[in-house]
Design a protein around this ligand. Structure first.
Ligand SMILES: Nc1ncnc2c1ncn2[C@@H]1O[C@H](COP(=O)(O)OP(=O)(O)OP(=O)(O)O)[C@@H](O)[C@H]1O
Length: 302
């Protein structure tokens, strides 16, 4: 859905994006993560056709965004990290204004404005002035403005910042609903544990370069499990013993707990544990930790 080829962006004296290339699958929710200053915001602004890059090409579907930025603005919605709202307008007026600015058919506007206000949980504030909204409500309204024209692609820069736990939970549900209706989402966030609830793909950026582009976290990547096996006492050669089993990688021992990465299905996991017990390893208890966005990110960045 989004194809980026050799994208380079420079601020005066600073190369923020350095010759990066990647693809984003149609119908995915891609988590864009990286340390402060990695280039996430710059990348999203380039993808949103707001900042022309120094070099490289970006396609949304078949459309070259540098050649046809306005066409791209119709098919994508962008929530920037810092956004402006019109404090003197009501929620209804704000959403209506953005719908009309996006050339939405007049007859459809009122219904769509109601629908979006409901999706972002601001129906109760529909007739209230934006200036009276709390920070989290303003964040949700900005998201509503970004999605008012029902775009195919949503680029969201820190959409959960300022939201309380319940609003974050609802936001994750909204992303999953949007995704089920066929939308493609690229979401930058520092809240890695929450990305796990909805991200299907992972894009890690560091110092302006892509360091990881994992497709389909929900597929084979999630079959990678981290097994933690507590032992009564760890024999000195336990790491070597564990490393001999098929599907096992990165075995290590800390405080009588053997942890390892295991790739395999439930039957194979059962066979592994049985073999460990039969070979005399004093297994006391064990548990499985799924490898999600957070673990993958920390593994890679470390
Ligand atoms: N207007 C600017 N002028 C000069 N350098 C800039 C400007 N904006 C950003 N940068 C630099 O470009 C790099 C990438 O910044 P960017 O804001 O894209 O990072 P980020 O990954 O979004 O960071 P954060 O997680 O802190 O929001 C940083 O080194 C930053 O200092």
């Amino acid at each position: 859905m989004i194809t980026v080829e050799h994208l380079t962006y420079e601020y005066p004296g600073k190369r923020a994006l350095d010759d990066i290339s990647f693809n984003i699958r149609n119908g995915s929710i891609t988590a864009l993560v990286g340390p402060n200053g990695a280039g996430k915001t710059t990348l999203l602004k380039c993808l949103a056709a707001l900042t022309p890059p120094f070099a490289g090409r970006i396609f949304i579907g078949d459309t070259d965004i540098l050649k046809a930025p306005r066409k791209c603005h119709r098919i994508l919605g962008f929530l920037p990290d810092f956004f402006g709202l019109y404090d003197a307008l009501t929620v209804e007026q704000s959403l209506t204004y953005f719908a009309l600015a996006r050339n939405m058919e007049k007859g459809r506007v009122a219904a769509r404005v109601r629908e979006v206000a409901d999706a972002i949980d601001l129906t109760e504030k529909f007739r209230e002035k934006v200036g009276s909204l709390s920070r989290g409500m303003r964040q949700r309204l900005a998201l509503g403005q970004a999605m008012i024209h029902d775009p195919q692609v949503l680029l969201l820069d820190e959409p959960a910042s300022g939201l309380d736990p319940e609003a974050r939970y609802k936001l994750a549900r909204l992303f999953l609903d949007l995704n089920r209706s066929g939308k493609t989402l690229l979401v930058s966030s520092h809240i890695l544990s929450e990305l796990d609830q909805y991200a299907t793909d992972l894009l890690i950026i560091r110092q302006g370069r892509i360091v990881e582009n994992t497709l389909s976290l929900s597929g084979e990547q999630r079959e990678r499990r981290k097994l933690c096996i507590r032992l009564v006492s760890a024999p000195p050669d336990i790491v070597e013993i564990a490393g001999r089993f098929e599907g096992v990688s990165d075995p290590e021992v800390t405080d009588d707990t053997l942890s390892l990465i295991f790739e395999g299905d439930d039957e194979q996991q059962h066979a592994l544990l049985k073999s460990l017990v039969l070979s005399g390893v004093s297994v006391k208890e064990f548990f499985v930790r799924r490898e999600g966005v957070q673990e993958q990110y920390l593994d890679i960045v470390r």
